[in-house]
Design a protein. Structure first.
Length: 231
């Protein structure tokens, strides 16, 4: 795919790459619309039970949490603390507070981990700006993380997971998150902003300081790499 040197005019027609991308985002929106408002997980299928008898299970979710942290951490924050360090802190709290998990399913466990991560992200924001704790901000952060998680599931499962897909969804989400984390920097940024944050091509281009054609190229190469990595 040829990368454009200049941004498109706001009044120019969208090219085929943006139309195709918007079509796939429609698939992700279908999955998001069917999510549970409390957990952010797909509610069309029952989530499998989760075994938390071994605290080491939390380590399996490190790629998933790291990817979500990167969707919400501002560049200024990453200069202070990396996403990996933030996730390590959240995972340590999860291990120490594992007895406080009151759910039973894999989807509920992911939601619980996201809640802990959201709290740490908000604490970082509060500490850097010396603000007081804001429960509404934490709830908003939880919702953003849940939406990014649902978009990731939609990217993985298409228009909706079947019963068999839902059973292994948690494991597959971790694999896809890890694969996205291992993409080259700008490809990973483009994929996260477009597919997980739900930004339009023009919005991704503005945030990355690139043309829409360049972003479309990054997305094309990034998705091609993901398909190859995940076989």
């Amino acid at each position: 795919m040829t990368e454009s040197a200049n941004p498109q005019s706001p009044n120019s027609p969208r090219d085929a790459s943006e139309s195709s991308s918007d079509s796939q985002k429609g698939v992700l929106a279908d999955a998001l619309d069917s999510s549970d408002p409390d957990t952010g997980e797909a509610c069309s299928q029952e989530s499998p039970p989760v075994d938390i008898s071994d605290p080491a299970i939390i380590a399996q979710y490190e790629p998933y949490l790291r990817m979500l942290a990167r969707t919400q951490m501002r560049r200024a924050y990453q200069a202070k603390i990396g996403a990996s360090d933030m996730v390590q802190q959240a995972m340590l709290q999860a291990v120490q507070g594992l007895d406080g998990f009151r759910g039973a399913t894999e989807a509920e466990f992911r939601a619980w981990l996201r809640q802990i991560l959201a709290r740490h992200l908000c604490h970082l924001d509060r500490d850097l700006h010396r603000d007081k704790r804001d429960i509404r901000r934490e709830q908003s952060m939880e919702q953003k993380l849940a939406q990014s998680s649902m978009r990731l599931e939609g990217l993985l499962a298409g228009r909706g997971p079947t019963a068999s897909q839902q059973f292994v969804l948690g494991e597959n989400v971790i694999q896809v998150a890890d694969a996205i984390n291992r993409l080259p920097g700008t490809q990973a940024d483009a994929v996260r902003l477009h597919y997980l944050d739900g930004l339009k091509l023009s919005e991704v281009a503005e945030q990355m300081g690139k043309s829409t054609g360049a972003v479309a190229g990054l997305l094309h190469r990034g998705m091609k790499t993901l398909r190859r990595q995940l076989g």
